[in-house]
Design a protein around this ligand. Structure first.
Ligand code: AMP
Length: 420
């Protein structure tokens, strides 16, 4: 058989339920905060990310699935969603069409990275963006939404880290200070860092090479170089986070791997999911619209990796587990009655299963067990004659007869009553 491509993965039954739960919970939460869903193509012009994500980023330099298509156009599988959402927002003049400029997207992203636990070449993100709102209260709202998302998924022990990377007015001084502080130490850093020191010194903070870390830890902090506007903005973001009671840590190392960030950056980290522990990351990107040739609009958002959220989520509580029903029958005469009952149960919005092969009752009960049925409804000649159905509680083994016309309602009560 031909295997799947390295770094991609299938999401199979048994696991897909956790994905569906994560998606359902996120979707409900985003809509409560006033976000509307947008779906964009997974293939875009390469230029969108070269200009948007940034020429000096690892993503653009090393990780894009870019190629020339049959028409001779340079295209790429999207490595992230923000530039696509900005493009769609401008291209369709959504500013005029939407009640609030807040959007979210779910979907696969592609980066040619070295695969490991929690890191794939095709992975899935949920992405949240707010356009054209510059007030620090919206920064805090976006962070609050990210924090609420992690809580709603039942993930405990997560840590929120925030920072400000300044703006084009104050960042050059910070970049110069980094280069000055590095001085001759540059030659001791990895080759990537040596390149970053020349092209984009802030990217040095992305370095994961253990030997480089002591040098990087000792570098100047962006917060010490903020201009008045950026300092006031960051203080207001902190004040709002305090007001919302969201615990956070300020880390000067959080500059994040993309070129477009300005002012606020943040990440939420999880314990117990391995080395790739960033559940989500985001920040403000006030220059991106202009960089892409659009109008002068601000932006802020975050992206979370669904693989990592799903990994960090706890097992569903008993009350959230499915409680299927199984319909078993004995003898040909009972088969039609069983089929009718199966259909009635499904019409009543209950999950119900049946086997058509006419195997022994024992074999049918085995199948019911495998399906983790909460109750099995048994129809035999006796039940048929009496106008009743035997209802077997699969957890206790107890069995009793219920009138056929009452059995659907009874099942609904049993299934829902079993949830605490
Ligand atoms: P980024 O778009 O790089 O800011 O990443 C945002 C989030 O996407 C991260 O916090 C991860 O949860 C997830 N992510 C990024 N790259 C990968 C990858 N290669 N595999 C799985 N998840 C990823």
């Amino acid at each position: 058989m031909i295997p799947a491509i390295r770094g991609t993965h299938d999401i199979l039954p048994g696991e897909v339920e956790r994905w569906q739960r994560a998606e359902d919970i996120s979707r409900r939460l985003f809509e409560r905060y006033g976000y509307a869903e947008v779906r964009t193509p997974i293939i875009e012009r390469e230029e969108l990310f070269a200009k948007g994500t940034g020429e000096t980023t690892d993503i653009v330099q090393k990780e894009m699935y870019a190629f020339t298509d049959k028409g001779g156009e340079r295209v790429t599988l999207r490595p992230e969603a923000t530039p696509s959402l900005v493009r769609a927002f401008v291209e369709h003049a959504l500013e005029q069409r939407m009640a609030a400029p807040k959007v979210y997207l779910f979907g696969p992203m592609f980066r040619y990275e070295r695969p490991q636990k929690g890191r794939y070449r095709q992975f899935h993100q949920l992405d949240v963006e707010v356009f054209g709102m510059a007030d620090p209260a919206i920064d805090a709202e976006v962070v609050d939404l990210a924090w609420a998302l992690v809580a709603a998924l039942g993930i405990v022990g997560a840590e929120l880290v925030v920072n400000s990377v300044g703006c084009p007015a104050c960042r050059p001084a910070f970049a110069a200070a980094l280069v000055a502080a590095l001085g001759a130490d540059v030659s001791r850093l990895c080759r990537d860092c040596q390149r970053r020191a020349q092209t984009n010194p802030l990217r040095i903070f992305d370095c994961k090479v253990p030997a480089d870390q002591p040098v990087i830890d000792a570098l100047p902090h962006s917060l010490d170089f903020l201009c008045d506007g950026c300092r006031t903005h960051f203080a207001a973001v902190e004040r709002h986070l305090g007001m919302y009671g969201i615990p956070y840590r300020v880390s000067h190392r959080l500059v994040r791997g993309l070129d477009y960030y300005t002012r606020t950056t943040f990440e939420i980290l999880a314990g117990g999911i391995g080395a790739q522990n960033a559940l989500l990351g985001g920040g403000r990107y006030d220059g991106l619209f202009r960089q892409l040739g659009g109008p002068d609009r601000t932006g802020i958002g975050f992206a979370a990796g669904l693989e990592r959220l799903v990994l960090a989520m706890p097992e569903p509580r008993r009350s959230e587990r499915r409680r299927p029903l199984f319909v078993a029958y004995m003898g040909e005469a009972a088969r039609d009655a069983a089929l009718a009952l199966l259909r009635d149960l499904r019409r009543a919005e209950l999950e119900a299963h049946m086997e058509y092969e006419g195997r022994s009752l024992k074999a049918q009960m085995k199948r019911a067990d495998r399906l983790r049925a909460a109750f099995t409804l048994i129809l035999g000649e006796e039940e048929l004659a009496a106008g009743e159905v035997s209802v077997k509680d699969m957890a206790t083994g107890g069995q009793r007869r219920v009138r056929r016309e009452a059995v659907v309602e009874e099942c609904r009560a049993l299934v829902n009553g079993g949830r605490e």
